[in-house]
Design a protein around this ligand. Sequence first.
Ligand code: XMP
Length: 231
Amino acid sequence: MNLGKAPGIVVALDLSLAEAGALVQKLKPAEDKIAGYKVSSLNAIEHGLKATVAELRQFTEKPIIYDHQKGCTDIPNIVEKQVKLAGECGVNSFIAVPLGAGGETLTAFVNACKEMRILPIVLLEMTHEGATSYLKPQTPNLVFEKAKELGVKYFVAPGNKPQKILELKAKMDEDMFITSPGVGAQGGKCERCVEAGTDYPIVGRGVYEAEDPVKAVEELYEQAKNGYSKR
Ligand code: XMP
């Protein structure tokens, strides 16, 4: 399981399930530029993850990435159960945010993903002001090193902090990838973050609030391609 050829746009479906389904259908003409759909905890709380995946699967074969917002910050035993349940609901990938939980939890997360054959994606740093205020400066790197040791290939890094992306990219192997939120609404520029190393920009409001979501995806993809060609 992977997110396909980079660059590609991950569309965040932070919408009601009916709206999310309608958006996925509307985006069909631009689906070759979409790496996957990110399903949110909002959908899971409202309808349950199984029903959410079943609804969206009617309209797309693209990877469905589950973002528990901010999942994987619990004891290893619970995280393992979260991942297994999500896998049984049909998701293809799960985003973990283990910054507050440590290596044992991260290990349980990755092992459960492997068992369920879903793609583990690990967040290293968030985008918003103050996101790192309770963390040690070395925390993202400690998480990266442990995740790398566990065989994780996909990481989330802040799209509005290109310098952080550059630093991460410099440490990564050829077969590792970065996916980044923070593009658009939080000031990140798609072309700039892809030039720095992002492979898959994550965009929610920039697509679903656009007057023409297909055009928005096409424009983001063009920007991503320009950034990619400048690496
Ligand atoms: P927007 O509407 O801002 O949605 O394009 C971003 C999506 O990414 C998720 N997410 C984050 N967003 N900083 C963010 O701005 C982060 O560190 C982060 N981690 C995940 C967010 O939940 C929404 O679905």
